[in-house]
Design a protein around this ligand. Structure first.
Ligand code: CAA
Length: 258
């Protein structure tokens, strides 16, 4: 089925999923997020895809959850539908590597879905924030938790309590984004990173992100034990033999499970 509010392009082993609701600055409504979830399910099942880029427009990655859609919700509406769980959180459940390429506004739910990705590459025009406090609410798709873990309590409190925006340079200094590049270079940089990732062993990529993510919920000792077990498990793959033999033979590896 075709998509109306997102664009999905495949180039080799990299898929780019572009949020495309420009008149609303890519505000995340139910229809768009159901398309995102559907596209991610399609990409998860596609062995030809090794990495995904989630992006928006130059002006807005996404300006947040759609305020107009939820303004009339009462407690029971929003509780019973658990509006954001199923579709928005498909990004955090996605098992292959996924990069957020952010230009312009990444506010509220927009910042939250960028943080659900494995890492963020930002253009110099990117602006991040959790301005929900201005609407009489608080972040509701993980913003308070992921932002505090990413940039520390002081800055997370500052951003969430004041509702101010943080520019790309501050976001990079704070550890929220991995790289900042000029706006015209954003997609080339994201594609370069995604192509490199997609060329690696897929099981190793998937296990790697699972292990790093698990570290947020485990003690150091448990996390290290999990890492060790997962490291050991990769010796059951042909890709481990190929990767190590290729190094010894001074050639490029040709991973079977890409
Ligand atoms: N929801 C719905 N519509 C939105 C929107 C949002 N989050 N953000 C922008 N829009 C719409 C505007 O209503 C406007 O539509 P109309 O032309 O029909 O009036 C259009 O997008 C353009 O927006 P602006 O005219 O406001 O553009 P601007 O350049 O003057 O300002 C902005 C840009 C600073 C990003 C401003 O639009 C803004 O503050 N947006 C809201 C940001 C926000 O509060 N996000 C948090 C949402 S709540 C949330 O995300 C909760 C959660 O965690 C689950």
């Amino acid at each position: 089925m075709a998509y109306e509010l997102i664009e999905l392009d495949r180039d080799g082993r990299v898929a780019t999923l572009r949020l495309n609701r420009p008149k609303a600055l890519n505000a995340l409504n139910a229809e768009m997020m159901s398309e995102v979830a559907r596209a991610l399910a399609e990409l998860e099942a596609d062995d030809g895809i090794g990495c995904v880029i989630l992006t928006g427009s130059d002006k807005a990655f996404a300006a947040g959850a759609d305020i107009k859609e939820m303004v009339d919700d009462n407690y029971l509406d929003i509780y019973k539908t658990d509006r954001f769980e199923q579709n928005h959180c498909s990004i955090e459940r996605f098992r292959k590597p996924i990069i957020a390429a952010v230009s312009g506004y990444a506010l509220g739910g927009g910042c939250e879905i960028a943080m659900m990705c494995d890492f963020i590459i930002a253009s110099n025009t990117a602006k991040f924030g959790q301005p929900e406090i201005n609407l009489g609410v608080i972040p509701g798709i993980g913003g308070t938790q992921r932002l505090a873990r990413a940039i520390g309590k002081a800055k997370a409190m500052d951003l969430c309590l004041t509702g101010r925006m943080m520019d790309a340079a501050e976001a990079e200094h704070s550890g929220l984004v991995a790289r900042v590049v000029p706006v015209d270079d954003l997609m080339d940089t994201a594609r370069g990173a995604a192509n490199k990732i997609a060329g690696h062993s897929q099981p190793a990529n998937m296990i790697l992100k699972e292990v790093i993510d698990a570290g947020y919920e485990l003690t150091l000792r448990e996390g290290i034990r999990f890492e060790r077990r997962m490291f050991q498990s990769l010796f059951a793959t042909e890709d481990q033999k190929e990767g190590m033999n290729a190094f010894i033979e001074k050639r490029k590896p040709h991973f079977k499970h890409r």
